[in-house]
Ligand binder design. Sequence first.
Ligand code: PRX
Length: 633
Amino acid sequence: MKITSFDEYKQIYQYSVNNPEQFWAGIAETFQWRKKWNKVLEWNFTEPRVRWFDGAKLNITENCLDRHLDTIGDKPAIIWEPNDPSEDFRVLTYKQLHSKVCQFANVLKNNGAKKGDRICVYMPMVPELAIAILACARIGAIHSVVFGGFSAQSIADRIQDADCNIVITADGGFRGAKDIPLKSIIDDALVQCPSVKRVIVLTRTRTPVAMIKGRDVWWEDEVKKVETQGNIDCPAEEMEAEDMLFILYTSGSTGKPKGVVHTCGGYMVYAGYTFDTTFQYQPDEVYFCTADIGWITGHSYIVYGPLSQGATSLMFEGVPTWPDAGRFWDITDKHKVNILYTAPTAIRSLMSFGDEPLKGKDLSSLKKLGSVGEPINEEAWHWFDEKIGHGKCPIVDTWWQTENGGHMITPIAGITPLKPGYASLPLPGVQPVLVDEKGNEIEGNSVSGNLCIKFPWPGMLRTTYGDHERCRQTYFATYPNMYFTGDGCLRDEDGYYRITGRVDDVLNVSGHRIGTAEVENAINMHSSVVESAVVGYPHDIKGQGVYAFVVSPNHQDDQELARKDIIMTVARIIGAIAKPDKIQFVSGLPKTRSGKIMRRILRKIAEGDTSNLGDTSTLLDPAVVEEIKAGAL
Ligand code: PRX
């Protein structure tokens, strides 16, 4: 939706609040449906039960591919930039992408995949990852993408939870100087996953792999089979709007990660609409989102959002700092990128290298910039604005979550007046509210509270896979009739929103969401650990770092080795992204008389702010606090 002025935004916003169903029906009309809906919306937040576009039939890949073939079939859909700049980049036009998706959809069918099956995808950032998930969507199979940084154990947990029968992976993946043995990690995971009957393996690194007879097949061989069968086209499966499209696991404050479920119709409308609106995408623009498809940002803003809008989406296999810290700027220069969407952690990291990596890089093609995943500090915002945008590119600071499907609170590029550090205003169709501890709505401006959403939007999660009660408990039980985000937020004198960070036990480390309970469980798996408590602390590059307080009576032997062992345990159980940055050995944790760990105190100590620890009178053993303070890292 193209918006021409801030006043127009305000009018549309008001209309969307007064007439949400008409508003969303109007947006949905811009997509291609096999059959239109009977009812735009049916909802209650108590069960919760939310149904958008009920009765409508569609296939999201017809919207991302088929409908563009006659008009922009030869336009690049995906530009792929490899990890190693000396390797050739690849371009897939809409026609080429369509035929590759059809081809691989037939591979999936040949390998027994059916509508409704859950398929785990564990792949590097190559075009075949986008092809794999679109092929799943084409035949109505539900994809569950697992980020390449997760361990075998995490993959096994996710495969078991969703009862996947097929895994799509690669021999390995390149990330900077590293070569990640994806297939070997999958082999370890599958020891615990009898439900998986087939593993399809793409050749990428040509790392030696074990191909198990009867279970494992090569991607390339399977594609050849489809070609010799002459099975080129693959008609899209007709899906109900509320059929599941995908599952994506994300961390919460308790227990294991939960499988957030998104559906075909609502998610498609939301990802496409928010992409178009926030970035005000123009037909000839090259758009580069630096996220990994293993996270929701990659799902919505590398694949489904841009492709549904006929955009050119640039996909990058590598990391921002390899072979040097000029990699993003080289890519921008080489492919004449117009829109760059990245994360504060990447900006802060690149900023730390100074101006040198920017020398000789032509960034004049850039027109719009975006940020996502965590609060952006003002220093990083200004650096991004001045050094990258040369003061002429709007920065859209997009606030949203895996559960939301797409942008919720964000400036609209070129329309919304900007304030550094502010996600600014809700998109049309989104109704945020701030509530106090008791759940009362806080009205007016210059206020702060917990951020909730009081009306459904099409891209919202419908359930957590296999456990609807958990969905209700986590998001809809804290405050009646509202979706609770878990974020704290302030609304300033102009009504602008600024996200202040999570109010629950969820950390945001380099834009990755990590539950403290999950890290604690992993640390506690180590044989010499009795118990542990994990909190976040401010980290210059990562935003938040992981600080672990660990009770381990044997640690005196060799503290350094014990630390490394614990880090290795976390990497094994969760993955490298959750490794603690600091481990402090303590003789006990500060607990209340009822045995509850007082995290508030630990958080303060981790932050280096021990001057005022607040009320410690309810502590079972106040001496423990003094010891922890003295040993703080
Ligand atoms: O705390 C908020 C933070 O990231 C959380 C959602 O994480 P995840 O589901 O992994 O999705 C990340 C990408 C959408 C939120 O609860 N967050 C995300 N974007 C912002 C943000 N915090 C501040 N500003 C943002 N723009």
